[in-house]
Write a protein that binds this ligand. Sequence first.
Ligand SMILES: Nc1ncnc2c1ncn2[C@@H]1O[C@H](COP(=O)(O)OP(=O)(O)OP(=O)(O)O)[C@@H](O)[C@H]1O
Ligand SMILES: [Mg+2]
Length: 253
Amino acid sequence: MLEMKHVTVETVDIKKPILKDFSLSIQEGEIHAIMGPNGAGKSTLSKVIFKNPNYEIKQGEITLFDQDLKALQTEQIARMGAFLVLQDPPVIEGVSTSDFMREALYEKTKERVNLYSFVKEIEKDCQKLSLKEELLHQSINQGLSGGERKKNELLQLLLLKPKLIVLDELDSGLDVDSLKQVCKVFNDYLKEYPSTSVLIITHYSRILEYIHPDFVHKMVDGKIVQTGTIHLAKEIEKEGYQINEHTKEQSHE
Ligand SMILES: Nc1ncnc2c1ncn2[C@@H]1O[C@H](COP(=O)(O)OP(=O)(O)OP(=O)(O)O)[C@@H](O)[C@H]1O
Ligand SMILES: [Mg+2]
């Protein structure tokens, strides 16, 4: 699904290196979690996968769905079935959520669905997520709280059924009950579509108690310094992100 080999990325404007010799491989149906401190480059990683033009791949190779990422544009990446849940979903004025979602679905299926039955269907998903249905008729994320915006991203995900999902800090903005609820909806989705690949970006291990990863990676200063299972997440929760001697040895191997 996603293969990154020795990737170095810098910002286009000030040429600041952010990802440094970064490697990661995600196969079909795998759930990976990346944990790292503020500024480690986690959101940059997600933006690079979706070809945000502010970042330039200087070295290394990235393949997404067996295609060279360098040759792909964001729009194609979305059409091919990758979906990014943003850390801070923005307001997009003048486009209603329902219009946006219906257009996105059309772009995927090339079939126009009846507006009434479409809205009825999405209303069910709104209920699952405890989202007010009015939001469907408002501009995207207009007047929504941080947590509601995250749920709105989930709503789009449920409709578009992506093959690769990147969750950038899904837990930020969600209260304890909302996090449980969102993770339940997400897990039910994964049960129905088990071949979906997932990359969870997070600071805290709490979300990993609900969505169980196959692999946990510790990311510090632009690169993965350690890979393990859920036990690594628990260790990080206890000890923080300092690179210990053991980790140093591993990263030099
Ligand atoms: N376009 C940019 N121009 C300059 N610096 C940038 C740019 N994008 C990211 N950075 C810097 O790169 C570093 C990594 O940023 P990034 O947002 O990827 O971190 P993060 O791991 O997601 O952090 P957080 O956990 O706080 O969300 C930060 O120091 C950030 O200021
Ligand atoms: Mg971030």
